[in-house]
Design a protein around this ligand. Structure first.
Ligand SMILES: Cc1cc2nc3c(=O)[nH]c(=O)nc-3n(C[C@H](O)[C@H](O)[C@H](O)COP(=O)(O)OP(=O)(O)OC[C@H]3O[C@@H](n4cnc5c(N)ncnc54)[C@H](O)[C@@H]3O)c2cc1C
Length: 657
């Protein structure tokens, strides 16, 4: 962690100094806000956490519940989510707390006695090593707690406004290219009616004005209805009897995740964090539209009896039911995730966004709901932060629906295939290991790593992909290990990126080692012609630090650190013993904070037996990898493509100079 740049910190370094709207943040929901988040589920809480890093944006989150979520709902945390938690600073803590899925066992009817089940396979959960992060099981309530802690400790000091319900909203027309500035109305054109659901004001309605609204209010979303979006998809829901129980059992895989298919039905079995506890999803089948919620009357005793029939000859002896529910869900999707159909550049930009279950729902079998919802919330919140802090044009907001609607659609298609296969009796599948093979083959999808954003103002075409084939443009930046030069520590490059709203440029050097005298030294006030080192990386460094077209120069505000908007890291091909940080161009060791301290921890060397250049297919001629705040690769550039880099950022940021 990096935290002494503003002076010595002796208390918990995760608690950042309050700033902007975080200073004396009012308890009461104000009449006017920049961003109103509706709902404190995974989508809403990650959005609040991200926006808490933008203290100049007045963000509030309303939740109709009167306090935090206590129990139940989703529990499967995909590796991509753990990677995201790393950026929010709580991956290690949640990994300690969670149940780690290592294998997944498949059980099917015993051909010799079809009344009984036998284990037919136990593949590794991540056979191909898709991620260095684990696949975890942790209750949704804990995930929300961690985001809440991050939001509260960040500069904007955001905490949910519990006990306030969204009722309706209206968006006033503010004209073409709206929202850039102007009257209060054009900045806050959304009038939202809310109602207090708890406390002294329970039942009272009031209106507030918002610049933007993010609807994170779940499958029955009122925000979605208020903007006229409808869910389309399955006519029937699929129902599961879900129970979290403390039980004894002779089933040998009671502490292993299992897909169990028997003559008597199917179970998705999930051991839970903390020992003893496990969750069973007992398949209750398709529920016709005219069921009138009868399936919801299925009792926990029925669910337990069914479970015992399915796992015969084994059984469970339930001692305590911690939570149970009948969870009904279909594959449904809205056609867009915001309130505008007009995507013409310059037309009024969207003002209302919907995320998570409010715009797409999935089966529980692939465990996607919470995971994909978090990525929605992450995506829209940094974009709103960037637009509202005047860094980018409103056009950026259109990319939210364009990116996430397609991601959700692809996921639903995958989930349909997986849940259909899981419900197919063993004898109807092409062979005994068909389901298991499909699980292994498609593992990247449910792990959350198949999202690939198309070309847009924030994603280039993959013109230079061959320079870094292991960082596909549009996909999330896949970390690899390097060695920090200043202190010889082994670090995972991607794990260093915080969810602080900054963009990142990773410079992978050409073969030349850094040499003293390469370039000017702005930090000491000296300027002059480049020194004898004319390697491409040194020339790039010179351009990045001094050229008016460089993103670090052009978009930097008066008084800001060099790395305030875009953080720069450099990785050399040499080992860390072959050079020292003073040999490296000054742009890679910027001076930060009021004490003007040189920051030398973003200079890395290659590991001799784990060469990142080999592992990620990076050209020995070097490459520049640009990564956006939510960790997706925006573009790859040759080291000397200064104009191209400049042009790319011109489409992203608004000029300061
Ligand atoms: C009862 C239940 C059980 C579930 N069980 C499972 C499961 O077993 N496995 C699984 O994978 N997934 C399960 N899910 C789905 C999973 O929890 C969701 O996919 C995931 O939580 C989606 O996150 P979200 O943030 O979009 O919405 P949610 O987590 O649904 O959060 C929406 C939030 O908005 C609040 N809200 C709603 N309306 C308003 C309003 N008008 N005003 C203010 N606040 C409002 C809600 O109280 C809630 O806190 C379950 C969902 C529910 C509701």
């Amino acid at each position: 962690m990096h935290f002494h740049q503003h002076g010595y910190v002796s208390a918990d370094p995760r608690i950042e100094a309050a700033a902007g709207y975080g200073i004396d943040r009012p308890e009461e929901l104000p009449d006017e806000v920049d961003v109103l988040i509706v709902g404190s589920g995974p989508a809403g809480m990650i959005a609040a956490a991200q926006l808490s890093q933008y203290p100049e944006v007045n963000t509030r989150l309303i939740e109709k519940r009167d306090s935090r979520l206590v129990i139940g709902q989703a529990d499967g945390i995909q590796a991509r989510s753990v990677e995201t938690f790393q950026a929010f600073g709580f991956a290690e803590e949640i990994m300690r707390e969670g149940y780690h899925i290592v294998d997944m066992a498949f059980w099917n009817p015993d051909p010799k006695n079809p009344e009984h089940i036998i284990r037919t396979g136990r593949p590794k959960d991540d056979e191909a090593g898709i991620s260095e992060f684990p696949h975890l099981i942790v209750n949704q309530a804990r995930v929300l707690d961690y985001f809440a802690q991050f939001a509260k400790q960040s500069p904007a000091r955001i905490t949910p406004d519990y006990g306030i319900e969204f009722v309706d909203l209206q968006v006033a027309e503010v004209g073409v290219g709206s929202g850039t500035s102007g009257s209060a109305d054009s900045d806050h054109p959304v009038t939202v009616t809310v109602r207090y659901t708890a406390g002294e004001r329970a039942g009272e309605e009031r209106t507030i004005r918002a610049g933007y609204v993010i609807g994170c209010d779940g499958a029955r979303s009122g925000v979605r209805k208020s903007i006229g979006r409808t869910m389309t998809g399955d006519q029937a829901n699929h129902a599961w009897g879900v129970m979290d129980v403390l039980a004894n059992s002779d089933f040998p895989d009671i502490r292993t995740k299992c897909a169990i298919s028997s003559k008597h039905g199917n179970i998705l079995h999930i051991p839970r964090e903390g020992g003893h506890l496990f969750r069973m999803y007992v398949d209750l089948g398709e529920v016709p539209a005219d069921d009138a919620r009868k399936v919801r009357e299925t009792s926990v005793d029925d669910i337990i009896a069914r479970a015992n029939a399915i796992i015969s000859p084994y059984s469970i002896d339930v001692k305590n039911v911690a939570w149970h529910s009948v969870y009904e869900v279909g594959h449904r999707l809205t056609d867009a995730f915001d309130d505008t159909d007009d995507t013409t550049p310059g037309s009024p930009s969207p003002r209302v966004f919907i995320t998570g279950d409010a715009c797409h729902t999935h089966s529980a079998k692939a465990g996607q709901g919470m995971n994909v919802s978090m990525q929605d919330g992450f995506n829209i919140s940094w974009k709103l932060g960037q637009v509202l802090s005047g860094r980018s044009s409103h056009e950026l907001l259109r990319t939210y629906s364009a990116e996430r609607q397609v991601a959700a659609k692809n996921l639903i298609d995958f989930d349909k295939e997986w849940s259909t296969l899981m419900a197919t009796p063993q004898e109807d599948l092409p062979d005994e290991t068909y389901l298991q093979d499909f699980y292994v083959k498609t593992a990247e999808f449910p792990a959350g790593f198949m999202t690939e954003y198309a070309e847009s103002m924030i994603t280039t075409a993959p013109r230079h992909q061959e320079l870094a084939s292991g960082f596909p443009v549009g996909k999330r930046f896949k970390s690899a290990r390097v060695q920090r030069t200043c202190d010889s520590n082994f670090v995972h490059l991607g794990h260093e990126a915080r969810a602080d709203g900054r963009w990142r440029i990773y410079v992978f050097a050409d073969g030349a080692a850094p040499t003293v005298g390469g370039g000017r030294t702005s930090s000491t006030g000296k300027t002059g012609a480049p020194g004898p080192d004319t390697s491409k990386v040194t020339q790039l460094a010179e351009w990045l630090e001094f050229d008016p077209a460089s993103p670090l120069v052009r978009y930097r505000r008066e008084g800001e650190d060099l790395d305030a908007l875009v953080e720069l890291s450099v990785v050399y091909q040499q080992e860390h013993t072959e050079f020292s940080f003073p040999d490296v161009p000054t742009v890679f060791r910027p001076h930060v904070g009021e004490f003007d301290l040189e920051y030398v921890e973003k200079i890395f060397a290659t590991l001799p037996d784990e060469d990142i250049f080999e592992e990620r297919g990076i050209s020995r001629d070097g490459a520049v990898v640009v990564v956006r705040p939510d960790q997706y690769v925006s573009g790859i550039f040759p080291l000397d493509a200064h104009d191209e880099i400049s042009e790319f950022f011109e489409g992203v940021f608004l000029s300061e100079k």
